[in-house]
Design a protein around this ligand. Structure first.
Ligand SMILES: C[S@@+](CC[C@H](N)C(=O)[O-])C[C@H]1O[C@@H](n2cnc3c(N)ncnc32)[C@H](O)[C@@H]1O
Length: 207
């Protein structure tokens, strides 16, 4: 399905990065962020290219080889490098404690996969590394402005709070915001936005 969706010259979510991601990267908390970034379900690469343009060493993972080819093309156009990995997040195992940030922007998967992906995102982070996540919530269903229509595919705040219970949850907010991203995200969207800093001492109880 995703290969077909991406099989057009246009970038279906646009070439510009996600607004929440940009806001967070410009925030005081994250202004010093540098190093290795893992973008999960990164599709056509708009967020990865933005981060690579800001001197991050970016790896993007996606199921769609067509999406990743477009990501590489966008990287070339912007004169940056990306590492791309074509993989199914249902089985993909990231390098543990290897990344300064993990980015999940509209990385919608079924609930069983999502739990695994969140746990793997945590594992992949170095102590002190950041998760930056935005995805549609169940309140998005029926709006007709983007996202899957299946409650099982949506993001739930409690799931993030559970997986990252030992970490520093800096933002974990459900809201409706105007989203204009290419031809597939086209108006007010009900989203979950999260920023989490992994505990400095992995395994300890800290918040
Ligand atoms: C809504 S798009 C978001 C793309 C990108 N993050 C962005 O914001 O532009 C969802 C992406 O998830 C990918 N995806 C869906 N299921 C996946 C899975 N099981 N494993 C890896 N990628 C998956 C799709 O190929 C698609 O690129």
């Amino acid at each position: 399905m995703w290969d077909e969706r991406f099989a057009q010259d246009d970038y279906v979510y646009g070439e510009e990065p996600n607004k929440f991601l940009v806001e967070q990267l410009c925030s005081q908390e994250l202004s010093d962020l540098s190093g290795a970034v893992l973008c999960l379900a990164e599709g056509e690469g708009r967020n990865a290219v933005y981060m690579a343009s800001h001197n991050h060493d970016v790896t993007c993972v996606d199921l769609s080889s067509v999406g990743l080819e477009k990501a590489k093309k966008l990287a070339l156009k912007n004169q940056v490098n990306l590492t791309t990995i074509q993989a199914d997040l249902a089985t993909y195992e990231p390098l543990p404690s290897a990344y300064d940030a993990v980015v999940m922007i509209f990385a919608h998967t079924p609930s069983a996969v999502r739990e695994r992906v969140l746990k793997n995102a945590r594992l992949a982070l170095k102590p002190g590394g950041y998760l930056i996540l935005e995805g549609y919530t169940v309140d998005q269903i029926g709006r007709g402005t983007g996202g899957p229509g299946d409650p099982d595919m949506m993001f739930y705040r409690e799931e993030v709070e559970t997986v990252f219970a030992r970490d520093h949850i800096l933002v974990c907010e459900e809201k409706v915001r105007d989203i204009q991203e290419g031809s597939l995200h086209t108006g007010p969207g009900a989203v979950l936005q999260c920023v989490v800093r992994k505990g400095e001492f992995d395994g300890s109880i800290r918040r």
